[in-house]
Unconditional design. Sequence first.
Length: 510
Amino acid sequence: MKRVFSALICHETHGFNKLPTTLEKFQDMDYVEGDTIKECAVGDNGWTGVYKVAREQNWELVHPISTSTMPSGPSTRETFEHLWGVAEESLRKDGPFDGIIWQMHGGMMCEHLDDPEGEIIKRTRAIVGNDIPIAIALDIHGNISPDMVKLSDIICGFHTTPHVDVADTCFRAARLLQRTMSGEIKPVTYSVHPPVLVGIDHGRTTREDCPIPTMLRRFKKLQADDPDLLDISFFSGFPFCDTSATRASAMLVVNGTDPRFDGVIQEFGDEIWNTRDQVTIDFVTMDESIDQALAPSDKKGPFLIGDYTDTPHGGSYGDVISMLKKLIERDVKNAAFGPVWDSVAVSKALKEGPGANIDIALGGHCDPTHGGGPLQTKALVKAVSEKGIFEHKGPFSHGLPGELGPSAWIEVQGVDVIIIDRPDAIYDREQFRIFGINPEDKDVLVIKAYNHFRADFEPIGRGLLYTDSGGIFSFDFKRFDYKKVRRPIWPLDQFEREEGVTDYARTSKS
Ligand SMILES: [Zn+2]
């Protein structure tokens, strides 16, 4: 019987978000300490994948911590050291182990560490030594560091965005770990990191001709003739982490070492470089999005505008109101906008109640250099909610309870605005309906979201465009003051790529 250590510490960090992420944010969102993997292994999550193999192979599984939270700013030192401390204690007292499996993101940053995932693997190695196999399961939006590659034996990333193969990714990693522990294979990781800040269509796999599905099909063909090709993953990179590891990459897990593997990984590295400007979403200016929304159309339903650069699901603040200012300036009728994070405005609305006219300085508080400052305005309170409780009725998280928290519907110079007292996104029509707004009846909906809202809103929309309102999830990367990203890198610099550069490659232990 194999004894396996498994743990999950996950955070996608927006390095340009100035608000630190604290332990409470993890504890409020998703924090399970102790060996509860059996109960948590339900649905598409990493526990399910690990637990499936554990049960199949009769592992003695030790799983001391599982925690993640919404994308946000860098974690504090205290937060990281607490989370690591729980894992460390178990690594020291519950061993010896035959194998280790870590679930992480790959795009985490802390105030004292640029590469927390690499640090976790380094510290794990220091405890268990060099002979115990370590497997890592990662998000497709990770930045892969030298320590992660050199100190682990198996790295598997998601193959899909939207991420619908979380359990399967951990299953792949756990299966390879089992084969390693049983002596069947001797895995080695080969990686390539082309100078692309974010690539492979930002990890999207919504169309068969996206780079990732195309490369996966090619890998499957190669694998059919070469069983030593064990697994492949592609990472888009997370461009809002300003670190030396930030960039796209491909990761090959093979059995043993051989020069032919260098050729395979290099081929995929070239593909990441060659498809660097291939994206399947159109981005337009704020005025262009409104022009389209106001254009005559035979179709019914609201025109949808994704205010994606300020989506908290990408680590933004959720308080940029430049699109609201634009809706007012362009005199757009029957429009709704939100949600805007403004705790002061929410508490005023809750205190004064429906029917009150309140004076507010709405939004733009967190970082006026990205998206502008507040809008000083009068607002009519239309409806309030102490908890903002709703039930997901759309396909995303269908049937699960949701909570926007203290929130309100206010009317600002003719535009309906949802305000909330913590950063969150809108992705279900119920989040409008709880206030009495019927989203189908609006002409224009401007929503702070990027991907998930499409599932419930696209069926009622007569069109969808994404616009850059100046928030920190912008793909106009020249707006950010990068200091640590290795240069040159596309699209920040103009340069010719040096062929045959395969950095961080190899990691066999003997
Ligand atoms: Zn992701």
